[in-house]
Design a protein around this ligand. Structure first.
Ligand SMILES: Nc1ncnc2c1ncn2[C@@H]1O[C@H](COP(=O)(O)OP(=O)(O)OP(=O)(O)O)[C@@H](O)[C@H]1O
Length: 238
């Protein structure tokens, strides 16, 4: 499936009676890279979870390739081309690396697993290890690779760099950049490592209490010291 655009219109969602995402509208053109930034608790994870169909939606549309999937359950959204790699790294601990990858293949032939190994050679070395035996970085690679094997047209990545050593972060960001450059995927990245996210993205939204407080090009955000300090709580970016 080629990359598809994602268009979000007046989206509101939350948990039980509580609204967490408020009236959000933005669009991500096919093949582009959107970074979602914001301080802790501002709604970044909830936004991705809402797109994936895992929160309570109060209103609004989510168009994937022009089709509104907002009322569809998670599984139908995945079939429509939405890939979601949650912050929790949903690796099956009692399955081997290879078995975890096979789960992601959907109806593709088993040989497609090699694509995951080409992207993350470390997974090939560990292919007979159990999910529970992997390091944090390897689990992140596995979780990401499994999603990618399903050939999503839009990929949602929630804090993939969390807790990882700088060298692994670089490896992962390089893999994401390659995916984005292939033109096969539209990517939405939630990340606390602001500089990595800005280096990767071609557009940025910054959330504040469930709303979009700033949006624009990464270079413009880096130059807007007041916004960076107010919305991200850091003194400055290089
Ligand atoms: N399952 C849940 N049930 C109820 N409230 C929740 C749930 N998950 C998150 N929230 C609330 O929603 C708000 C947004 O949280 P969310 O995790 O989306 O923020 P975030 O920007 O991803 O934060 P972080 O950077 O800390 O991961 C917070 O007030 C949080 O307490």
């Amino acid at each position: 499936m080629p990359a598809q655009p994602l268009e979000v219109t007046e989206l509101s969602s939350g948990y039980g009676p509580t609204r967490v995402i408020e009236d959000m509208s933005f669009s991500v053109p096919a093949g582009s890279r959107l970074a979602v930034l914001g301080r802790n608790g501002m709604g970044k994870t909830s936004l991705l979870a809402t797109l994936a169909g895992q929160t309570r939606r109060f209103g609004g549309a989510i168009r994937l390739g022009g089709r509104d999937i907002a009322k569809e359950p998670s599984a139908a959204r995945a079939l429509a081309g939405l890939g979601y790699v949650p912050q929790t790294r949903d690796v099956f601990p009692t399955l081997t690396v290879e078995e975890n990858l096979l789960v992601g293949l959907k109806r593709r032939p088993k040989t497609a697993v090699e694509e995951a190994y080409a992207m993350f050679p470390r997974l090939k070395e560990r292919r007979r290890n159990l999910g529970s035996q992997l390091s944090g970085g390897e689990q992140q690679m596995l979780s990401t690779a499994r999603s990618i094997l399903g050939q999503p047209s839009v990929l949602l990545l929630d804090e993939p760099l969390e807790g990882l050593a700088p060298v692994i972060c670089e490896e992962l960001m390089e893999a994401f950049s390659k995916l984005a450059q292939s033109g096969d995927m539209t990517i939405m990245l939630v990340e606390q490592r602001i500089q990595s996210a800005l280096d990767f993205a071609d557009h940025v939204i910054v959330l504040e209490r469930g709303r979009i407080a700033w949006q624009g090009k990464p270079q413009a955000l880096a130059a807007d010291h007041a916004a960076v300090e107010r919305l991200l709580g850091v003194g400055g970016l290089h």
